[in-house]
Design a protein. Structure first.
Length: 291
């Protein structure tokens, strides 16, 4: 794998958790981190698939079950954790799926992509020594904001609008997490990344069959590989980054990773704080570090 756009440090002795690590961007992220010496815990919903994926990785890996659509599973994963965590990579996600609910009643995409990672991060945060990297998407800019009166999309659900809203939530979460970490003097860094247009199986679960067909063609003709799509995550995890920084492909959709911009809605500190308060209320999980 060509990782020349990122000067990888030696991660020997460091532990990383990567959610959704059995395929796509998560698998490639795991492969790179393990290759640099990290012990990588692959947090996956299907342990059998996780173990099969781990067999093809050179380096130290461990597979643990985590279902982000079930807060009981998130709590169980965190309760079983006793080690320091150098990197927490919130990578797992679902995209443009039919309308559904999580075990806890959240709209599925917002529940998995945001609420699940929100709860996981805060439950593990006391163990994190380095960075929290949250994977968003360029499609965060496709929505003007979050409707706090209808987070569960009771009205007007469309798969891509719900996805865009969940990816905007990822960036607002990154922003508010960093504000809180800075406020209490924590050295932990909260950053985000997006892969551009990468060929993964994420789009294969889209609700619309026509959309899936067009995506399959686009993946073959225009997308960069999943390995290339993982590089912005690796950049955010290992390179100098500003607090709440956002990394993505230099060309927007593809190219070497670099710092990138975000929509005005993703810079809204007031919305970020409101989302955090709502997330605490909905998940029952709060920021664990006191000043």
């Amino acid at each position: 794998m060509d990782t020349t756009p990122v000067a990888l440090p030696d991660l020997t002795g460091r532990t990383a958790i990567v959610t959704g690590a059995n395929s796509g961007l998560g698998l490639e992220t795991t492969r790179i981190l393990a290759g640099a010496g990290a012990r990588v815990v692959m947090a996956v919903r299907d342990e059998a698939k996780g173990r099969a994926a781990a067999e093809g990785i050179r380096g130290e890996t461990e597979v643990r079950r985590l279902d982000l659509a079930d807060l009981a599973s998130v709590r169980a994963f965190a309760a079983g954790w006793t080690d320091d965590i150098h990197l927490l990579v919130n990578n797992a996600g679902i995209m443009a799926v039919p309308k559904a609910r999580t075990v806890d009643g959240f709209e599925l995409q917002f529940g998995v992509n945001h609420f699940g990672h929100f709860a996981l991060t805060n439950l593990l945060l006391g163990r994190v020594t380095g960075r929290v990297v949250t994977v968003s998407s360029g499609l965060h800019a496709s929505v003007p904001g979050i409707d706090f009166d209808d987070v569960d999309f009771e009205r007007g659900y469309t798969p891509y609008r719900a996805y865009g809203r969940s990816k905007l939530a990822n960036l607002l979460f990154t922003l508010e997490l960093q504000r809180r970490l800075t406020e209490v003097g924590s050295p932990v860094l909260s950053v985000a990344a997006h892969p551009g247009y990468a060929a993964t199986n994420l789009q294969g679960h889209a609700a619309n069959p026509l959309s899936r067909a067009f995506t399959a063609i686009g993946n073959r003709l225009f997308a960069q590989s999943a390995a290339a799509g993982a590089l912005p995550t690796i950049y955010a995890a290992t390179q100098p980054m500003p607090p709440a920084g956002f990394a993505g492909p230099r060309g927007g959709m593809r190219g070497a990773p670099t710092l990138c911009g975000r929509s005005s809605a993703a810079k809204d500190g007031g919305a970020a704080r409101r989302l955090w308060e709502l997330s605490e209320e909905r998940t029952g999980v709060t920021f664990p570090i006191k000043a």
